[in-house]
Design a binder for this molecule. Structure first.
Ligand code: FES
Ligand code: FES
Length: 212
């Protein structure tokens, strides 16, 4: 069987939206319907189609988590459906909105665009690993202070993206923030608050108040 080419996460210093635009990449785990085509049905519906589940171990927030996944399963589905790590949200499921953002080896990536088997051997950070209710990460605290959320559905992805952004850009300008967070969408329109939160968190982190 030939090896499938895997989608790489976007590179540093380059917004994820730019990367996706430039590469023209969309990743879908479903099959697009072909006009006029009739779907073939196995005579025996219990027949196994495709590769079965394989054992993998993922390094998530510093802990080794073992699970079995079919090769088609995304990191997002593995986190949410098998490991009950549900902070990363499933909204578009096709690399557009950023609600599923996690950090992979220091880079913000869309967990819906990464296969779980690709993530083995890499360091994965999710919103659950950034802080706790008692000890909020400075980015989390700044979101609260700046009223940077409404329904909150995009918020975990935004917070994770902001953390990854500030790790690489500790002294951002407003323009840097706007560009760097271009890969996350908020239907409630909290962008002004998010930008203020990132600038405030940058100051807090420079002051040595980080706990993450
Ligand atoms: S759910 Fe992954 S980018 Fe929207
Ligand atoms: S706060 Fe509702 S989608 Fe962003």
């Amino acid at each position: 069987m030939s090896k499938k080419k895997r989608t790489k996460p976007p590179q540093d210093g380059f917004s994820r939206r730019d990367f996706l635009k430039g590469a023209g990449i969309t990743v879908s785990t479903g099959l697009l319907p072909v006009p006029g085509a009739v779907a073939a049905r196995p005579e025996d519906s219990s027949e196994v189609l495709g590769p079965g589940a394989v054992p993998i171990t993922l390094n998530i927030n510093g802990a080794a988590r073992s699970l079995k996944v079919e090769p088609r399963v995304t990191l997002l589905d593995a986190l949410r459906n098998q490991l009950d790590i549900t902070g990363a949200k499933k909204v578009c499921d096709r690399g557009v909105c950023g609600a599923c953002t996690v950090i992979l080896d220091g880079r913000a990536v869309y967990a819906c665009n990464v296969l779980a088997i690709e993530a083995e051997g890499h360091k994965i950070e999710t919103i659950e690993g950034l802080g706790t209710e008692e000890h909020l990460h400075p980015v989390m605290a700044a979101f609260v202070d700046n009223d940077a959320q409404q329904c909150g559905f995009c918020t975990p992805g935004f917070v994770v993206a902001c953390k990854a952004f500030l790790d690489k850009h500790p002294n951002p300008t407003l323009a840097d923030v706007e560009h760097g967070l271009g890969g996350n969408l908020c239907r409630c329109g909290t962008y002004a608050g998010v930008r203020e939160a990132v600038l405030e968190a940058a100051k807090t982190l420079k002051g040595g108040h980080a706990n993450g």
